[in-house]
Design a protein around this ligand. Structure first.
Ligand code: T46
Length: 133
């Protein structure tokens, strides 16, 4: 089965004088149902997170505040994304090795995930990941 690739998606924004609403909608902007939402925040400039892949989990990452870099290895290729605006999301399919770093001081990463937390879905060993590619 061919897996979807990591990709940036543009989210709709509804602007008014009193502020902006940014919408990420299941079935329209991405294909999975959201089972879990979490935030990564209070990072520092030298924080590095991720360094793992997921067997089945799909996620949408959004820089709700500030910015950070997401380096992704997928299908033998390396891709690098700088997320810096809440109207752009990064869709991460299963089997994408992700490393998140270069956080701005105020960064808040909002993550919409297709499943609840299950440690058995993680591949945390790079050698295990790369031997399956
Ligand atoms: C991912 C990147 C973007 C939980 O108990 N529940 C949760 O929902 C999460 C996300 C984590 N945890 C526990 C598991 C570890 O004991 O929190 C601890 C830190 O998790 P982890 O080292 O996986 O954190 P990150 O920031 O490296 O990775 C997280 C997600 O786990 C991962 O799915 O893609 O953010």
């Amino acid at each position: 089965m061919r897996l979807p690739r990591p990709k940036l998606i543009q989210l709709d924004q509804i602007r008014s004088d009193s502020g902006t609403i940014t919408v990420a909608e299941s079935g329209k902007d991405f294909d999975f149902s959201v089972a879990r939402v979490y935030l990564i925040h209070s990072t520092s400039a030298d924080s590095t997170r991720g360094r793992h892949a997921h067997k089945e989990l799909e996620q949408l990452l959004i820089a709700a505040v500030g910015s950070f870099r997401v380096h992704v290895e997928f299908g033998g290729r390396s891709l690098s994304f700088r997320l810096e605006s809440p109207d752009v999301g990064l869709l991460l399919p299963p089997m994408a090795w992700r490393t998140i770093d270069q956080f701005s001081e105020d960064a808040v990463c909002l993550v919409l995930a297709s499943d609840v937390y299950r440690e058995e879905d993680y591949i945390r060993s790079y050698s295990e990941y790369s031997s399956g590619q």
